[in-house]
Design a protein. Structure first.
Length: 182
């Protein structure tokens, strides 16, 4: 359903003492839509992403994810509910392969906490999701390379693949194309 509402922010605000970083922002994100937040350095773009993702608490307003009020939910709970995000700086596991980076993040989606006797590396669901994410990020040829040896642009692609591997409903990338070429 193309017009399904996934994320809504209503009068969202974030204050740091006397500084208003996010001032009564309202937005609605529907399935299949792409939006961009544009502004100068210090305008509050990253703060808005952090508040939407639950890394920083809102000081006013509300956030809904697929119709559920998640305003008071912490970031890990929002992530498990389908809110994916990336950061301005690259956050990968540099000593692991591209595939392992994606498989590890896919495990967050396919958690089996009471299945401690099975090797997580053999989970077919995590493997399938990791392979799909690698393909979507155009890194199939790099799947068995050590992540730390990739050029910067491919590290950014890997980070995008990693958060795709969590099967999010909403993606909130912060500067997703920084340092990437065409």
């Amino acid at each position: 359903m193309l017009d399904e509402i996934l994320l809504t922010a209503t009068e969202l605000s974030r204050r740091f003492a006397g500084l208003i970083a996010v001032d009564r922002v309202s937005l609605t994100l529907a399935r299949g839509e792409v939006h961009s937040v544009i502004g100068t350095n210090g305008a509050g773009k990253s703060t808005l992403i952090n508040v939407l993702a639950g890394e920083i608490a809102a000081t006013g307003g509300r956030v809904q994810l697929q119709g559920r009020d998640v305003t008071r939910w912490p970031q890990p709970r929002r992530a498990r509910a389908g809110l994916g995000r990336s950061y301005q700086r690259t956050t990968i596991f540099p000593r692991s392969t591209v595939f392992e980076n994606c498989r590890l993040t896919a495990q967050a989606h396919y958690q089996h906490p009471f299945d401690w006797w099975s090797a997580a590396a053999r989970c077919p669901d995590s493997t399938r999701l990791a392979e799909l994410a690698i393909e979507q990020a155009a890194l199939t040829a790099q799947a068995h390379r050590i992540a730390g040896t990739l050029p910067h642009g491919q590290k950014r692609q890997l980070e995008i693949a990693m958060y795709l591997a969590t099967a999010p409903h909403v993606l909130l990338p912060d500067e997703p194309l920084a340092g990437m070429g065409p």
